[in-house]
Design a protein around this ligand. Structure first.
Ligand code: MN
Length: 243
């Protein structure tokens, strides 16, 4: 589970909203925090012995990684985190480690596989929907339609869900190896996944981890799907590669 580097009360900390870790734990997984300071050169070693990867939310992604110049309203970026997570994802993709990606995580997967992002949704793609909702993190503020027969549909067991939404960026051009699995009513991509021939990747733009304390929330199915895939990966005998 990828973390962030933050300055809290003047002290540099490796941190992560606990809801991500609780969600993995609640689904029967054993969460391990992977902070950016590990660095890209040790990303593959960090992943060795693990059976799944959860790419979490956070900062904007530096548009350098999709060969664009920064928009004036680009928000905070963390080059160390970008480099580490891109290397982690490449390692997961090349070894077949299953990946669940949330918010920034979805954007990172798209960039890693050759796609681009809206750098500043409000100015570049204005909408009636509140994709960056200022209220409670569990407020469900816009509807998302799920593509039939997608992995996401199986994981949620629902054809549409009302989701919480606080993202500044989003997928613009979809990476060639990904398929759209969900869209908001304004057409914005809210879920993507890999095809059956590629390593297992499931990604959403909203924040399912915030519903960990809500029994019966469809969102919890995403973490159950990751843990199920991680078990399969373990039992396949491929896990335990040497980084
Ligand atoms: Mn949204």
């Amino acid at each position: 589970v990828t973390g962030a580097t933050r300055i809290v009360a003047g002290v540099e900390r490796s941190s992560l909203n606990a809801a991500y870790l609780r969600s993995v734990r609640a689904a029967g997984g054993l969460p391990v925090l992977l902070p950016p300071l590990i660095g890209p050169e040790l990303a593959e070693s960090a992943l060795a012995g693990l059976e799944g990867l959860l790419l979490t939310g956070g900062e904007d992604i530096d548009p350098f990684h999709y060969r664009e110049t920064p928009h004036p309203r680009l928000e905070r970026v963390d080059p160390e985190r970008d480099a580490f997570e891109l290397a982690l994802f490449q390692a997961a993709w090349s070894h077949g480690v299953p990946v669940l990606a949330i918010c920034r995580g979805q954007q990172l997967v798209n960039v890693a596989l050759g796609g681009t992002l809206w750098q500043d949704l409000p100015s570049e793609r204005p909408s009636q929907l509140h994709h960056s909702h200022p209220g409670e993190r569990t407020d469900r503020t816009h509807l998302v339609s799920i593509v039939p027969r997608s992995r996401l549909r199986d994981a949620l067991a629902a054809d549409e869900v009302e989701v919480n939404s606080f993202h500044h960026q989003a997928i613009r051009e979809l990476a060639p190896r990904l398929a759209v699995s969900a869209r908001a009513s304004d057409g914005l991509i809210e879920g993507v996944e890999s095809s059956g021939a590629d390593p297992w990747v499931l990604a959403v733009q909203w924040h399912p981890e915030e519903f960990v304390r809500e029994s019966g929330a469809p969102d919890r199915g995403l973490f159950e799907a990751l843990v199920r895939e991680a078990r399969q990966f373990r039992d396949s005998g491929i896990s335990g590669f040497r980084g």
